[in-house]
Ligand binder design. Structure first.
Ligand code: HEC
Length: 164
């Protein structure tokens, strides 16, 4: 099993994921390298993506008028999404794609077209940050616009970089 060494960025990232997802905190000094194997990287990445999907389902249902999310919970989703936007780049270390791990659907283009992938990461970071800003104020119109913007950022990345 090839091991992927990930530097401080993922140490911080993993702490964020752990706190956002309520997972067991990873005890590592801030300056230490964290070594995750391919399956562990994939587990974190897919867990983040499934949480993305759960958030999207909730805010999408609200945008359609099917549910009303209480303001404090909407804010919490915004804050978690803002963190995910910052964390996402650390979830794709080289060597963790579908060409190296058959359980992954991350296409090799993520690494061969790193500049293109970065535009998708940036779009996601912006959309999630805008969502957080809108959710913190709680006005329905801007929240709905930001919901659509996040949805486009998900799709925009998946259509090129995620295998079906
Ligand atoms: C910058 C690119 C990118 C963005 C933005 C992104 N995704 Fe993904 N997503 C991926 C890739 C790549 C995979 C495949 C990961 C793997 O299997 O290694 C994936 C996988 C998934 C999965 C499957 C997880 C599993 O258990 O296999 C879901 C669900 C998902 N994404 C939902 C979302 C939602 C909802 C959003 C937006 C709120 C989003 N994603 C934003 C790239 C992205």
């Amino acid at each position: 099993m090839p091991e992927t060494r990930i530097r401080t960025r993922l140490t911080r990232g993993a702490a964020l994921v752990a706190s956002v997802l309520g997972l067991v905190a990873i005890a590592a000094p801030a300056s230490a390298d964290l070594t995750l194997n391919n399956d562990q990287v994939l587990a974190v990445r897919q867990a983040v993506m499934r949480t993305n999907s759960a958030f999207n389902g909730l805010v999408g249902a609200q945008a359609k008028g099917q549910i009303t999310i209480p303001p404090d919970q909407l804010k919490a989703i915004g804050e978690a999404w803002l963190r995910y936007g910052k964390l996402a780049p650390a979830l794709f270390p080289a060597g963790s794609g579908m060409d190296k791990n058959p359980k992954s659907k991350a296409k090799p283009e993520i690494w061969s077209d790193a500049a293109g992938f970065k535009t998708k990461l940036d779009a996601y970071a912006k959309a999630t940050s805008d969502f957080q800003a809108a959710a913190s104020k709680g006005d329905a119109g801007p929240v709905k616009t930001a919901t659509e913007e996040v949805g486009k950022a998900c799709q925009g990345c998946h259509e090129t970089y995620r295998a079906r």
